[in-house]
Design a protein. Sequence first.
Length: 319
Amino acid sequence: MLKLNSLSGFGSGVSGGGGPGGYFMGYYGTVVDKMVFSTEVTSLSATATLATTTGFSTPNLSDKTLACYLLGGGEPSIDTGQKLTFASDTTANVATADLSQDRRGMASVSDGAYGWIAGGYSNTPSPAAYVDTGDKITFSTDTTSASASTDLPNADGDLGSVSEGSTHGYFMAGYNPGDGRLDTGRKITFSNDTTALCASADMGRSVNSPCGLSDQSTNGYMMGGQSATEIHSETDKIVFSTDTASTCATADLATDGKSQSAGFSNAGINGYNAGGEKQSGGSTNMCDRLVYATETTAALASANLSGSRRPTGASAVAI
């Protein structure tokens, strides 16, 4: 099993100390860093520490105003649901939000009312295996349940994900032992909870664990990821209205090639991609900022993580 993750970007109005911001959470520990959007400064949060040690958990799960959710992860994999409440910057286990099956390396997206989780690697089968399992979480009740229509077309894990946060999202790339790394585009339609292959959204490279960012209305960006030969810096752009992916060189990562990095957005203004495993070796704490208006990326030292690791990202602005 590849020790790799699918991390994707989103954000929301966080009202805890310092004003609106986003969180970089965990990685085989309980550490949480918080970025304040107004200053673009990231620092260790003393109060948002995870209740359960985990890594390789769900990105993209936020109700946009009150809380975000970190589900599953771990090695061996767990099903544990955790909720980070923005107003208090505190995290707690929520049993009703537990996944229907323990797993890690999933893809996930949300529209503010619901979140959808798919794929991953589970230690429950014997032997352990990649799975196609889909779940749906209802934010108003903190409840997660199996959603068969959300199942991936194939049993894949270590995916990336991105969404415009209203009608549909994408589960991108990934890995399975039979096919290796993938360029596969999959579209989930929120109105019927259904995931299907979407060839026009296939990426320009076969990778696991790219990081997704979104301007929350028009375009999404899949950044980096690991292929059989390297950890990439390239970025693909997804046009939401046409389900079409293509290369976007101006948005390539500036700090290094990165895989298993975390990301989120400050409304439709900027996206942030931090941490991960880097092409030059080892984990990194470096942050890249993508300016959506110009589709350009540059290093942003003030937003670097408090330590080098491969976290999950979340905030309170719609993907």
